[in-house]
Design a protein around this ligand. Structure first.
Ligand SMILES: *[C@@H]1O[C@H](CO)[C@@H](O)[C@H](O)[C@H]1NC(C)=O
Ligand SMILES: *[C@@H]1O[C@H](CO)[C@@H](O)[C@H](O)[C@H]1NC(C)=O
Ligand SMILES: *[C@@H]1O[C@H](CO)[C@@H](O)[C@H](O)[C@H]1NC(C)=O
Ligand SMILES: *[C@@H]1O[C@H](CO)[C@@H](O)[C@H](O)[C@H]1NC(C)=O
Ligand SMILES: *[C@@H]1O[C@H](CO)[C@@H](O)[C@H](O)[C@H]1NC(C)=O
Ligand SMILES: *[C@@H]1O[C@H](CO)[C@@H](O)[C@H](O)[C@H]1NC(C)=O
Ligand SMILES: *[C@@H]1O[C@H](CO)[C@@H](O)[C@H](O)[C@H]1NC(C)=O
Ligand SMILES: *[C@@H]1O[C@H](CO)[C@@H](O)[C@H](O)[C@H]1NC(C)=O
Ligand SMILES: *[C@@H]1O[C@H](CO)[C@@H](O)[C@H](O)[C@H]1NC(C)=O
Ligand SMILES: *[C@@H]1O[C@H](CO)[C@@H](O)[C@H](O)[C@H]1NC(C)=O
Length: 772
């Protein structure tokens, strides 16, 4: 979910429906049965062959249920192309029985996941502040992503958006094998830009007893999230865009000349979950078949074992086919160990700010002034208004804890009318607080951060004049209201300010490492702009997605790792266009090793409370697209390396053979630490350990020398410390020895850096170590 965009009314609709038709949830649950890879090469198969695969699924399940006919009724997806498996409604005991079969990798419940704008490209150096694109920009070099197909798994797409107009586009690339499945929505259309759309709702439907009506038979985006993310990755350049007059400029995707496709897997939330595993797998299987180059996946769930995780499974099959998958890290920060999407074969993206603000000042009666941010359209008359704390304006029935947050049903219209209400951030959506204030008759809202969100202030399209201020300023405003007899305030209309410093800094909401599933793999991998991002939106709902919001806008400002993820997807599109033969791992390495850990004041990137951020927030750092096109060296990974990695994780040869045509032999001595990842993480160093990596030359011949910034209390030695590359494609192996300094180890995570340089390229890897 984009952060400020609550789908509360969707939730309410579902709850209402469930009140009328009890029970909503069936006794029998829906499951995914995962069988690994197919032995066929899907390109050579016809639909007859696919039907045969489906029959084999019926037969397999039939052997547990007694008949293929019963199996046929229970299976609602048969994954036939790349992913081998099916989704079915089953009794728990049967599911447990199936899980024991040697041909089965995993059986897991069809669980739900959550969805996790365009100055940002200038901030990353693709254009200058006048919108002039220098010849050295990756945009020019990569022809704006021409020929590339970028797709997302999301809430669908608003096809009427100018971001998806096909003006100036030639014929659809011949490699495209997808379709435009309009369902029962005659108004939906694809074109030469938006070349495909599909929707998957059977996994969602299996969680309800009420049948889905025709409004679910469409790839149309009635929420906004999917259109926003797809246009950020591959939307056209659309001039003259603003959000209520602010952020005026040209909206653009990272690969603006790419073709795009939409796979709708997310629907109105059921108990907060919007996108279900069975649908996600069906979408991956279709997208791999359809011929996409890049898949952008701004959704995730709680971390789970890899083969119980539809995103991990789907993207593994995608990566095997050379498709680069990009995922969001989640919006559960700033606590440690909150990141989702933790497998090594996709790029996991954190979120940070860019150098643009939408200042809206809060002026108090004592003339103290605080700079907040907002994208409110409404203006206050030019005078002071009484300001009241939400807790002083509460209904007798409401608790202080609910009232301070301006939750639904807490504000007393008699006390609020004509005043500015002071609300605290947290729990309910920021834009919902504004709506509650307006419904109670307030003229304005001051929204103050709590301590944990610190300096992270977000410009939202509030329904009333409002300003979001940081924690320390919030304390001052509370203090003024507490200590004044008749406190008054004024909120200025927002403006747009560019080139603000410091930028970037990490968003407080951005989920963090360490990796809770595979601690040896650092997550997130990278950070990109995800705060107040302007991109295309749905016109089915207002910009706050509140039922009450009757405004309709074509472009909206949204925040979340959902928004940073498609920035990387757009950049991947450019790199894929430049380097068609590179593996997904090589492209990821280029993005990671060329990232920066400095902000625009040339100081270390900070977190939202002004402490130095660490690789647990930003991975390798902030993306630098122009550098990524010339990384010099890359850390490459083959599919076989991933198999060895899975063996090292504890999957056995019987299980691995389900991915290959014959028996599989695990590399007995493979250590997870030695997966050729562009970062090095040793989560339990006792004494010393030696880690190996291999670098591949993708630039000119050259001599690279290593430079190490050792983590505190750890000695690092690299052998050899000079690598000479004579030709392109040449690979060189080296060893990194990490040793605990006697009596110096802190037993908490410490961070350093390893840099290989030929004087022109700087191939940087984060080092993350915890001594035991
Ligand atoms: C995978 O999901 C199944 C079914 O929900 C569950 O029984 C099993 O414990 C899960 N496995 C792991 C490793 O989490
Ligand atoms: C379909 O169902 C949803 C929620 O269940 C409801 O809000 C909507 O009005 C229905 N649409 C039609 C066309 O019946
Ligand atoms: C606030 O500033 C205005 C204009 O500068 C001035 O007229 C007014 O007296 C000041 N009020 C206080 C309380 O300082
Ligand atoms: C909060 O914002 C104000 C600007 O209004 C700034 O001066 C102050 O430094 C910020 N607080 C912190 C803790 O950074
Ligand atoms: C507030 O909650 C009530 C039910 O408790 C609901 O009917 C109403 O729609 C909600 N209002 C808003 C604006 O969320
Ligand atoms: C304002 O008053 C409330 C009690 O009404 C108190 O909890 C809070 O700490 C005070 N805040 C400041 C900044 O004085
Ligand atoms: C920033 O980092 C400090 C020091 O690690 C930590 O205490 C604080 O919680 C962090 N704040 C945020 C918002 O991440
Ligand atoms: C492989 O692992 C599966 C699942 O844990 C187990 O059922 C099977 O017996 C194992 N096979 C071998 C050969 O160890
Ligand atoms: C296996 O790894 C260990 C330690 O990393 C090493 O000492 C040993 O020589 C390796 N054995 C083989 C057969 O590669
Ligand atoms: C470190 O942890 C990994 C799993 O995370 C384990 O396989 C390995 O044996 C541990 N090593 C030590 C020295 O504890």
């Amino acid at each position: 979910m984009g952060l400020p965009i609550p789908t509360l009314h969707f939730l309410l609709q579902i709850l209402l429906v469930s009140l009328l038709h009890t029970p909503t949830f069936a006794e029998i649950k829906s499951y995914v049965v995962y069988l690994g890879s197919h032995s066929h090469d899907s390109e050579e198969l016809s639909s007859v062959d696919f039907n045969r695969v489906t029959d084999s699924h019926y037969e397999f399940l039939g052997s547990f249920l007694g008949s293929s006919k019963t199996a046929k009724e229970s299976i609602f997806y048969s994954y036939t192309r790349h992913i081998n498996g099916f989704a079915a409604t089953l009794e728990e005991e049967v599911a447990a029985e199936i899980a024991k079969h040697p041909k089965v990798l995993s059986v897991f419940e069809n669980n739900g996941r959550k969805l996790h704008t365009t100055h940002s490209w200038g901030f990353m150096g693709l254009e200058d502040s006048y919108g002039v694109i220098p010849s050295s920009s990756i945009w020019n070099k990569a022809r704006f992503g021409d020929g590339i197909i970028i797709a997302n798994l999301d809430t669908g797409v608003w096809p009427e958006s100018k971001s998806f107009s096909d003006e100036g586009f030639g014929p659809i690339p011949s490699k495209w094998r997808g379709i435009c499945d309009k369902g029962r929505d005659p108004s939906f259309h694809c074109n030469r830009k938006l070349i495909g759309a599909r929707y998957f709702n059977k996994g969602y439907a299996s969680r309800l007893t009420v049948p889905l009506n025709s409004s679910f038979e469409t790839p149309r985006d009635n929420e906004g999230h999917g259109s926003h993310t797809l246009s950020t990755a591959g939307g056209n350049m659309v001039p003259g865009v603003s959000v209520f007059g602010q952020g005026y400029g040209t909206a653009k995707g990272g690969s603006p000349k790419a073709r795009v496709a939409s796979y709708k897997v997310c629907w109105p939330p059921i108990n907060g979950d919007e996108c279900f595993d069975a649908d996600i797998l069906a979408a991956f299987d279709a997208a791999i078949h359809d011929g996409v180059d890049v898949l952008s996946v701004s959704l995730g769930g709680s971390a789970s074992n890899l083969f119980n995780d539809s995103v991990a499974i789907g993207s593994f099959h995608a990566a095997k086919k050379g498709i680069v998958v990009v995922c969001s890290a989640g919006n559960s920060g700033p606590n440690d160990a909150t990141a989702s999407n933790l497998a090594p074969w996709y790029i996991t993206v954190g979120a940070s700010t860019m150098d643009r603000e939408f200042p809206s000042y809060v002026v108090l009666g004592n003339n103290l002034t605080f700079k907040g941010e907002s994208l409110s359209a409404a203006r206050l008359a030019d005078k002071f208004y009484p300001i009241i704390k939400a807790t002083d304006a509460k209904l007798a029935s409401a608790t202080n804890e609910d009232a301070v947050l301006c939750q639904n049903g807490t504000l007393d219209p008699k006390k609020v009318k004509g005043k500015i209400v002071l609300c605290l951030r947290g729990i309910n959506a920021r834009v919902d607080k504004g709506e509650q204030a307006l419904l109670a008759g307030a003229v304005g809202m001051v929204l103050a951060n709590d301590k944990t969100t610190g300096n992270e202030i977000i410009a939202d399209p509030h329904v009333l004049p409002a300003s979001h201020i940081n924690f320390s300023d919030g304390v001052e405003v509370f203090h003024y209201v507490n200590s004044s007899k008749s406190p008054v305030a004024y909120i200025t209309h927002p403006t747009t300010k560019l080139h603000t410093k410091p930028a970037p800094f990490m968003a407080a909401f951005s989920s963090k490492g360490p990796n809770t599933i595979i601690p040896e793999i650092l997550k997130p991998d990278i950070t990109a702009p995800g705060v107040s991002v302007i991109a295309a939106y749905t016109e089915a709902e207002g910009p706050t997605n509140q039922e009450f919001d009757n405004r309709r806008i074509q472009f909206n400002s949204v925040s979340g790792t959902s928004m940073s993820c498609p920035h990387i997807s757009g950049i991947v599109g450019l790199l894929r266009s430049l380097y068609p033969s590179w593996t997904p791992a090589a492209i990821k390495s280029a993005i990671m090793t060329t990232a920066t850990t400095l902000d625009n004041k040339a100081e270390p990137i900070m977190n939202a409370t002004k402490s130095q951020a660490t690789p647990f927030s930003y991975g390798a750092g902030h993306v630098q697209p122009n550098s990524a096109m010339d990384p010099g060296l890359v850390y490459d990974i083959t599919t076989n390396d991933y198999f060895n990695f899975l063996c090292a994780l504890g999957y056995n040869e019987t299980q691995m053979s389900l991915f290959s045509k014959g028996p599989y032999k695990c590399h007995k001595n493979f250590s997870i630490l030695n997966l050729n990842y562009p970062s090095i993480t040793v989560p339990n160093l006792s004494g010393s350990v030696t880690v190996t990596r291999t670098l591949k030359n993708v630039g000119a011949p050259g001599t690279y020398i290593v430079h190490v910034q050792s983590p505190s209390g750890i000695t690092i030695s690299v052998k050899p410390n000079i690598l000479e590359f004579k030709k392109v494609g040449e690979e060189k192996r080296f060893e990194v020895k990490l040793k605990v300094k006697k009596g110096k180890a802190t037993k908490s995570y410490v961070f350093g850096k390893m840099i290989w340089s030929d004087g022109k390229h700087y191939v940087k890897s984060p080092l993350v170590v915890k001594a035991v």
